[in-house]
Design a protein around this ligand. Structure first.
Ligand SMILES: O=C(O)[C@H](O)[C@@H](O)[C@H](O)[C@H](O)COP(=O)(O)O
Length: 260
């Protein structure tokens, strides 16, 4: 494949969390519309942490076609689905349980709890779930998600890809496992950089003022190689950052006025 430089990232910054979540919902609905027009479905991956809460404005958004959504988790903790640490459990609590029962529901791909005792198998099974969803329909070496929504940790990690960890150099696997995550719980599975960097769109969401230093390093000093800086979807993929002004107060990177 010819090497093409990734598209420049787009940084949107919002004065309030309400403006951020509204803009994010409109952006997601536009991505959904384009994907559904092209292929009749919308493939999206979510992470945990504060992200699911930021999606609240989708609940009563008239443009959302939940039955077209095929949802995966960009990273997941190796715990039962109803455990308080489960990213799926969190997404259900914050988002999916709030979709009115009268509306068609999304298809959600969770980890397979039968394999919780064998992390390698757990990751393999989730990779198989992705292969089923993508491989026969898209002819790429890696899945091409319509949208992956990511958070960022104070150390610059994203998904369960932590600074200095050997998983940062994984080039083949789609889903990897980690037994020593510095953020608890320690056992997790995670998408790898090749999956992230083949996505059609990635949106990072950061609203917390406590992340100001991390955002400055990730956006202004990508050469430092923090995991979040390594997310650079290959052309024609596009990387977006949705941040609160308070979280971006130390960032020099140019903002783009938000418009769809
Ligand atoms: O399962 C996880 O731990 C998350 O997916 C993780 O990657 C998260 O997105 C960041 O740690 C940011 O978390 P906050 O949004 O809570 O700061």
């Amino acid at each position: 494949m010819p090497h093409t430089a990734p598209n420049p990232l787009v940084l949107f910054s919002f004065p309030s969390s309400a403006e951020l979540t509204d803009a994010l919902a409109n952006f997601i609905v536009k991505a959904q519309k384009e994907a559904v027009e092209k292929k009749g479905r919308f493939t999206v991956a979510l992470s945990g942490g504060s992200l699911p809460k930021q999606l609240a404005a989708l609940i009563n958004h008239p443009g959302v076609k939940w039955d077209k959504w095929h949802v995966f988790y960009a990273d997941e903790r190796a715990v039962p689905l109803d455990h308080e640490d489960s990213n799926h459990g969190l997404a259900v609590r914050e988002l999916f349980s709030k979709i009115p029962a009268s509306q068609p529901q999304p298809t959600i791909h969770t980890l397979n709890p039968e394999y919780l005792d064998d992390l390698e198998e757990l990751a393999d099974q989730y990779e198989k779930e992705l292969i089923q969803e993508f491989a026969m329909k898209d002819s790429a070496r890696f899945p091409i998600f319509d949208l992956i929504l990511l958070g960022i940790g104070p150390d610059g990690h994203t998904c369960s890809l932590f600074p200095g960890h050997e998983l940062l150099s994984e080039e083949d696997r789609w889903v990897a496992y980690i037994e020593d995550s510095p953020k608890p719980p320690p056992k997790r599975i995670t998408f790898t950089f090749p999956v992230l960097n083949h996505a059609a769109r990635i949106a990072f969401v950061a609203a917390d003022a406590a992340k100001a230093d991390t955002l400055h390093t990730v956006l202004d000093e990508p050469e430092k190689g923090l995991p979040a800086s390594r997310v650079r979807p290959a052309h024609p993929g596009q990387l977006y950052w949705f941040v609160a002004d308070a979280a971006a107060e130390k960032v020099q990177f140019a903002r783009t006025p938000f418009k769809l």
